[in-house]
Design a protein around this ligand. Sequence first.
Ligand SMILES: Nc1ncnc2c1ncn2[C@@H]1O[C@H](COP(=O)(O)OP(=O)(O)OP(=O)(O)O)[C@@H](O)[C@H]1O
Length: 818
Amino acid sequence: MSESVKVAVRCRPMNSKEQQQGCRNVVTIDSPSKCCTLECPSAGTGNGKVYQFDATFGPEATTESVYENVGSVIVEAVLDGYNGTVFAYGQTGCGKSHTMRGFIERTLDHIFEATSTASAEMRYLALLSYLEIYNERLRDLLQDGMSDLLTLKEDPNRGTYVAGGLREVTVKDAAECARLVEQGDRRRAAAATKMNAASSRSHAVLTLSLETLAINDDSKTENTVKRGRLHLVDLAGSERQARTGATGDRLKEAASINLSLSALGNVISALAAGQGRHVPYRDSKLTRLLRDSLGGNARTLMIACISPSDMDAEETLSTLRYAARARCIKNKPVINEDPKDALLRQYQLELQRLKKLLESGDQSILKELSMKELNEEEENDGQKKYVEEVERLKKECEDSNLSAQKLREELETLKIQYETGAIGNTDAKPVPRQPMDEQDLEREERRRKKREAAMQEVLKRLEKLTIGGEEQGNTELRRRREKRRKKLEALASALEASAQEGNGSVFQVYGQLRSTEDALKRMAKRVKQLEAEAADLQASWDAERRDLLRRELLTSQICDAMVPHLRPGCPFRDIVAARAAATWCDELSRWRLPDVSPHIPLPPPTLVPKDNIQYNIVPSKPDLNNNSNSKNNEDEIGNEADNEESSEHEEIKKPDIVDTYFRRSRIDKLLAHVRQAKTFEPTNRLSRSGGSEDTIPLAGNHLQLNALNLQTSASVIGDMDSYKPTQRLSTSTLAQPGWTLEENSLNKSSFLNHTIKKNPPRILEALPSYPQGTNGAFKFGNKSISERISDKLSSRFIENEVTENHPTLVGHARSPTY
Ligand SMILES: Nc1ncnc2c1ncn2[C@@H]1O[C@H](COP(=O)(O)OP(=O)(O)OP(=O)(O)O)[C@@H](O)[C@H]1O
């Protein structure tokens, strides 16, 4: 029949340190209702968490009362042949060792009280072992130097046991046990930490194995041996490094302690969850050792030790949670009858055999035995003779100084004779057995006495090893034992009755509900955490999205503002169309914009007289993608320069650009602009803002300009009157605001190798800076600018005479005039 692990909670009193620090009591123990209430702010409930256990003990409870209420039942079960385990669990410094020391003392008293007051037929064999698990290694606390060999083994019959020579001492009374326990405690690892002056640094397991045999005079009924095994486990406490201040070895120990405790926690959780879940017993030595005690063949009591202080509330909560979970673990305790390796069984078998022989009236058995013994005696006689012969030979050898070789030969012959049966039987011929005469009866009597002595010897050995019935005459002890037994019986019957009423299942359901509630709360907490994380992510995505939208808006606004200023002829006057035509370039990680420069078809080139100036307006294609190849441009410039040199000698008739481009309406427009240009500031003529760069080869006979960049340098135009045919345009003259002059590294000496870069001005600003007259009107020579332009326009085109003699002069000096 299965039964749950029993769980009791014991809360220690506030220690002086906690009192000094003014700690608050957050634990309330209600022993009658077996409830423990913890006020824990982190538990999430304002009124505190209530846990119910099999028993609860407050700070005022003595170890005696704890033992009597919950411990003695387990010990009584061990006396009946069950396995039992009592283990103390909890945070460091909360009273585990304090409780277990008291338990060990009382357990030993209890056991030896029971054995000593037992009837004379009851024999008990008690064996004690004491070990610790220190840093995941087993150490024998009852002897030194064997620890490296100790290992844990599992056996289907024996369960988990320690192999490798763990010392098991046969004990007879409580005092002897106490002495051994004291020895073991001295060997046990303990050290001072900030939280406990004598903190256990290992898990200690005291095991008392008790074999029981009822010696029955009735030889027909088989006596059974029962073996109960009791583990009293003082676990090391879970600890936080920050609070214990553990460093070095203490820290290493703490890590090992916490690891094994967490393995124990996992085993408890897995067993509590049930449903065939894998139970990770093998994760630590502690869980392997406690395998039978948790979910196996044992009656188990867990004493959860807690501190009342608010400083320890978190650890207390964790201890209570594990304790509540442990209540759901189901064990299957059975009485261990006739274990194969029981020592008492061997003694019992020997006794039974001897008894059988003595008391049996069956002569055939006796005869058989007599013949066997006679043969044994004869064989012994032969052996004796052989040994005597060997000794004689050795002596002879020593006396007569026989050679070693001779001696060897003699010995060999003797050996062969002995093996073939020659010795001992040489002169004794096989004599047929005579019916028993007086001599035989004497011999038989001798043998019977011998057997009796052997049986007495076995009994003596048993007496020596086993215990039981020593205090039969001690009425006081017997009365105490009787009282305890009655109390326990009453308790057991009450428990049985309550179980029958269904209370047991109610508690069970309650325990399961508690653990489910705990699991749900943990999940709710996790969900809250995840929700907070999701909200954080959402907020950051929103911020990023808003920022992107704003930037997009800015781009749109800039583009919208720029659109009216796009050059005529641009195929993308609409920003949407430009966007659609743009392509993303992975290599450059940027957009490849469409060519937005205007595509104005040029008139076909025609031959013009050599001396005619050709202003061939080449629509520039600004490289908005930043993919321009400056080398190509330079090459182009170079080529053009070369071409120009070569074209100096060519006679080419080129079309009249003005005729082509400056139609009537456009001229009128320009004139209107010019008229408005009275307020025009010469210094601001050339805008530096925006636009692409145009390259103006200075030595060519044509000028490469944007369609709208029909402009010229004011100073150059202004100086036109004073221009001398032989004069070359100096670089300083060209270095006007808004224009930049770059030196071509290929041929610095040549003016041809200079390129002028300029920013495209707006059309009004692009007008040349004309000299002003006294009345503020623009003057060009002795005419006002409007007059001059009218003149020029009336002839549609004013030829610049200076170019006739100076074909190399290009650019500003050759700028078209209006
Ligand atoms: N119920 C109690 N009544 C009085 N004193 C107690 C009680 N429980 C514990 N103490 C005292 O508290 C101190 C710490 O107890 P103990 O050493 O048993 O703690 P522990 O849980 O075994 O700690 P560790 O895990 O570090 O070994 C000891 O001085 C002990 O006497």
